[in-house]
Design a protein around this ligand. Structure first.
Ligand SMILES: Cc1cc2nc3c(=O)[nH]c(=O)nc-3n(C[C@H](O)[C@H](O)[C@H](O)COP(=O)(O)OP(=O)(O)OC[C@H]3O[C@@H](n4cnc5c(N)ncnc54)[C@H](O)[C@@H]3O)c2cc1C
Length: 221
């Protein structure tokens, strides 16, 4: 069995390009494209957001790949206006060489107590043992997936437009979201804030969440 940490991977966001594209779409409403200046997108988009003119934010999207636990992916896939492609537990047989003959579990970020962690670890080991036993007796992935717990690592590709990302961050980088979601949503939001400040500056997040627990955000150049 492998115990791994969650991560997010995405192509580098050219924030200025995204913001200028949204400015052009919004100014089309008023036929004021002629007013576009080098940095006019910043003030203009902040005004759109303040006034609730948010449909213009739907013209640009961002796609990410996430590796998180099944619990976090169940929560994140509740967002109906985003699109998802998820690793299939019906087709992936973790007893096969492709997966190193083992199940990957995400290290829980909110079980700090050593005794509790050991209890969790022993439970995962037992699950993996039974998984292999059943696989060796001919169980199919469709049968084996009944064993997989919320801690199982799952990979998914997720796409959402800028309006929906703002909504998702507001809910999932907040202290009321499960820690496993905050763990990758907060550092991702911080990256979005850096690249697209006019769009994400005022989105709040749980500043008390320990940055040492943040998932790695891998940016592909
Ligand atoms: C802290 C927390 C605890 C939660 N606990 C539970 C729980 O115990 N049980 C549970 O089942 N879920 C729970 N949820 C999930 C929650 O109820 C939502 O399903 C999920 O957060 C998706 O949010 P959404 O519907 O706003 O967003 P999206 O699906 O991303 O939709 C975006 C927005 O589009 C609009 N919209 C989308 N679809 C419709 C529609 N059909 N009708 C009208 N407007 C629509 C809404 O304005 C919505 O906010 C929890 C979420 C959080 C953040």
């Amino acid at each position: 069995m492998k115990i791994i940490k969650p991560w997010v991977e995405l192509a580098e966001i050219d924030g200025v390009k995204v913001m200028k594209s949204l400015e052009r779409a919004a100014k089309h409403c008023y036929r004021t494209e002629g007013n576009i200046k080098e940095n006019s997108y910043d003030h203009f988009l902040r005004n759109c957001i303040n006034r609730g003119h948010e449909s213009v934010l739907e013209h640009e999207k961002v796609t990410i790949r996430i590796c998180c636990d099944v619990g976090a992916y169940k929560d994140i896939t509740r967002h109906r206006l985003a699109s998802f492609s998820i690793e299939s537990t019906r087709y992936c047989n973790y007893s096969k060489d492709k997966f190193g003959n083992q199940i990957s579990f995400i290290e829980p970020c909110n079980i700090e107590d050593e005794e509790l962690f050991l209890a969790w670890q022993q439970c995962m080991e037992q699950i993996e043992k039974t998984y292999h036993e059943m696989a060796s007796k001919g169980a199919t992935p469709d049968q084996l997936r009944f064993l997989l717990p919320h801690s199982t690592a799952a990979e998914l590709t997720m796409t959402a437009n800028i309006r929906e990302w703002r909504h998702i961050f507001a809910l999932r980088a907040d202290k009321h979201a499960h820690p496993s979601i905050q763990q990758f949503m907060i550092p991702l939001l911080l990256y979005f804030k850096k690249q697209m400040p006019a769009l994400f500056d005022e989105v709040e997040y749980n500043e008390e969440f320990d940055p040492k627990k943040y998932a790695e955000i891998k940016i592909i150049q």
